[in-house]
Design a protein around this ligand. Structure first.
Ligand SMILES: *Cc1c(COP(=O)(O)O)cnc(C)c1O
Length: 355
């Protein structure tokens, strides 16, 4: 039976990425060896790194003065690497969910942290908008897409201080005005590649301003200087990322991708709003186009488990909601085909018709 992969992360990848990576694992570029058994500094791998960096910058339309890095450690390591490199006295954080809270927690190890606003008391079901960013902060940190709660900041906001964004779960889902950001980072395993590589886009002139010593591996300048080759980078995930970037380019780039993502999300939200059994959990204006959270309507609460089973029998995978929201979460990342969204909608309609 065809599986419809709604996993929140690691998650669905383009077939193009999976097939090309599988080929390179068996025989890389026809050299008679796997990509897993050659030096990252070899003449065969270097072009992969160079091309991945260049295509990443091209697709995101990154202006001059920024560097693209491919590192290890996940987005979670960036929670501490960002303040290590940027926080001298004070940093501002917008608390929109579990990941945003975790990022904020690490910053407190390095200096004063101002939480400009939080939607915690509403179980993070909206994005606070009425706040002011202290102009004496070293940076302002946001999480553009809240993977667990299904809310998203889809506009590039203006910040009087350098803007730092965790874009783990919405990178490449839409065009971004990179010039408004100081740092953009994320784990690749939601929208780009298998787990193991972390992307960081960093504006170079923000660095070198803190007075503390930074361990070599945690200093962005190390990785800028060595073009992500200070130590052995995660070569297979980087190769896979390059395939996804090529797939995105072939598709027509981020404007086209965004249009497709909005279309998929609207299809599913329309069904959630129409279907008498279900309701969305996020405030309408802040709904994410990547992670779509919904629960049973109060009078149908006891049908939750049954719907989960029904959907699984029809091939839906990974739609169980995160324990902090409950209900269901359908992740509709770039690589999820529209047909999968339609299959879930058909499933919801069919389940409703039996009531
Ligand atoms: C998944 C996720 C993370 C954690 O990423 P790791 O690479 O596992 O550290 C951080 N932030 C957001 C928004 C995420 O979705």
């Amino acid at each position: 039976m065809k599986k419809h992969n709604f996993n929140a992360g690691p998650s669905v990848l383009p077939q193009f990425t999976i097939e090309n990576t599988a080929k390179a694992i068996l025989d890389f570029n026809g050299i008679g060896m796997s990509i897993m058994e050659i030096s990252h500094r070899s003449k065969d791998f270097q072009p992969v790194m160079d091309e991945a960096e260049a295509l990443f910058a091209e697709l995101l339309d990154i202006p001059a003065g920024y560097k693209v890095l491919f590192l290890g450690g996940g987005a979670s390591l960036q929670f501490c690497m960002v303040p290590f490199n940027l926080l001298e006295k004070k940093a501002a954080y917008l608390n929109t969910g579990t990941w945003a809270s975790k990022a904020q927690k690490e910053a407190k190890l390095f200096g004063e942290v101002v939480e400009v606003a939080s939607s915690k008391s509403a179980n993070f079901n909206f994005i606070p908008k009425d706040y002011s960013i202290p102009t004496d902060a070293d940076y302002f940190h946001i999480t553009t897409n809240n993977t667990i709660f299904g809310t998203e900041i889809r506009k590039d906001i203006d910040s009087p201080v350098p803007l730092v964004a965790d874009m783990s779960s919405d990178i490449f889902s839409r065009p971004v005005d990179v010039s408004k950001y100081g740092i953009i980072y994320g784990g690749a395993q939601k929208n780009l590649a298998p787990a193991g590589v972390t992307f960081v886009v960093v504006k170079e002139d923000l660095l070198g301003k803190v007075s503390r010593q930074i361990p070599t591996m945690l200093d962005y300048r190390t990785h800028i200087k060595e073009s992500s080759m200070f130590n052995t980078p995660p070569v297979v995930p980087i190769y896979a990322a390059l395939q996804t970037l090529k797939w995105l380019k072939n598709l027509g780039g981020l404007k086209v991708m965004e249009k497709m993502n909005i279309e998929k999300a609207e299809m599913l939200y329309n069904e959630i709003d129409r279907n008498k059994l279900f309701k969305g959990t996020a405030e309408t204006e802040d709904r994410s186009i990547m992670n779509i959270c919904f629960v049973m309507n109060d009078e149908y609460k006891d049908l939750e488990e049954e719907f989960g089973k029904f959907a699984a029998e029809k091939g839906m995978v990974g739609i169980k909601g995160h324990r902090s929201v409950g209900g269901f979460r359908a992740s509709t990342y770039n690589a999820l085909p529209k047909e999968s969204v339609q299959a879930l909608i058909d499933c919801m309609k069919e389940f409703e018709a039996k009531r």
